[in-house]
Design a protein around this ligand. Structure first.
Ligand SMILES: [Zn+2]
Length: 389
């Protein structure tokens, strides 16, 4: 429709202009309307182009940001920024009210496509980042399931300790006290007070380690008994277990350091029968109910009379075997009635009080009880050996 074509009939109206004035105005109105609507259409077309351009820009920008993300948290920020309730895509959709109704589906489709493209990229990147995170985690937590598990090693009581606890249990059961004493001792308590003066040959048998002329490492725990007697509290019923020392070379039956358990009873009317009864009960509890004891006369400087005690072999019950070297008996300890001179030296009246004493090697008990044929095994602390008991 052209303007000239509309104007021609107007010019032809001539002097009848008045009559046609109404229609002329009407035609101008129409012309204005046409012009306005053309402008609106142009404006709408530009608007749609701009929206398309805007959406394209948003899509490119979002995808670039997503691609350069290196953490899952960042992806969430991007999602909110573009697709959230107040996100960029919602801003664009607000402009839809200016779009002609017939154009809206096209723009709507474009918005949907943009949203879908961003969502797809987000999902793809999320999966990638999760995969990388998992790989990193697996790499830092490498577990070789074929390796054997670490076992906690549990310690084990030493055969000496087991034997000592057993001996202590037996004597405590008979009313004895367990008394401890010093390992470094005066010569007097270790020898002299036990009736072993300087020139006594027994001193050679118990050669030890001297710290000075008068101070040494004790050769027997009998020294503890002297300390107890000196306290003057009677009666006495005690055992003194502990470490003792001798200047011996190490072999299958000797060690420069070993353990003794010595016992002492001092009371009125104590006889050798009490000694025999006590040791027989001890042997039965330690080696078995049918164990018999045999007392052989012997000599110790600090007891009179003195004896060595044998028990029936607990392996062959007296028939003879490798353990008892065919004799049926095994020597386990030395004992005797406390020498009156020893009582006197410690301030006890031998006419009023009597006593008996005994001494047993702890290692000897352990070796016998557990049939160990070399004492050195007890000191090697080999867990494979120790855990057998
Ligand atoms: Zn035997």
């Amino acid at each position: 429709m052209s303007v000239n074509h509309i104007r021609e009939p107007l010019l032809e109206v001539g002097w009848y202009r008045d009559n046609s004035s109404q229609s002329v105005y009407a035609d101008w109105d129409f012309l204005i309307m046409i012009n306005i609507s053309t402008k609106i259409i142009i404006k709408r077309k530009e608007e749609i182009a701009m929206m398309k351009e805007e959406l394209e820009k948003i899509r490119e920008e979002a995808i670039e940001k997503i691609s350069s993300s290196d953490a899952l948290e960042k992806l969430n920020e991007i999602r909110v920024f573009y697709l959230g309730k107040k996100g960029k895509l919602k801003d664009v959709m607000k402009g839809m009210k200016d779009v002609a109704p017939e154009e809206r589906p096209k723009v709507g489709e474009l918005v949907n496509k943009t949203q879908k493209a961003i969502e797809e990229k987000l999902e793809e990147t999320k999966k990638n980042l999760e995969k990388i995170a998992l790989e990193k985690k697996l790499e830092s937590e490498v577990i070789d399931v074929t390796l054997p598990a670490k076992k906690s090693k549990i310690g084990h009581r030493h055969p000496n300790t087991i034997a000592l606890e057993e001996v202590e249990r037996i004597f405590v059961g008979m009313g004895y006290e367990v008394v401890d004493g010093p390992e470094i001792e005066y010569d007097y308590y270790n020898f002299e007070a036990l009736n072993i003066p300087d020139n006594h040959p027994a001193k050679d048998e118990q050669d030890t380690f001297y710290i000075t002329d008068k101070i040494l490492l004790r050769t027997q725990t009998s020294s503890v008994q002297v300390h107890e007697m000196e306290k003057g509290k009677l009666p006495i019923r005690m055992i003194s277990p502990g470490r003792v020392f001798r200047s011996d070379e190490v072999d299958a039956t000797h060690s420069p350091s070993f353990h003794q358990i010595e016992g002492l009873v001092i009371d009125k009317n104590v006889t050798f029968a009490d000694l025999k009864g006590t040791l027989a009960q001890f042997a039965r509890e330690l080696f078995g109910e049918d164990t018999k004891v045999k007392f052989r006369p012997h000599h110790f400087p600090f007891t009179e009379p003195s004896a060595e005690v044998d028990v029936t072999c607990f392996k062959c019950h007296g028939k003879g075997c490798r353990m008892c070297k065919g004799s049926g008996w095994i020597e386990i300890l030395g004992c005797g009635m406390v020498h009156p001179h020893v009582l006197e030296m410690s301030g006890i009246d031998p006419n009023e009080y009597k006593g008996f004493a005994f001494g047993v090697g702890l290692e000897r008990i352990a070796l016998l009880k557990y049939e160990i044929d070399d004492m050195r095994l007890l000191y090697e602390n080999d867990i494979r050996f120790l855990k057998q008991f």
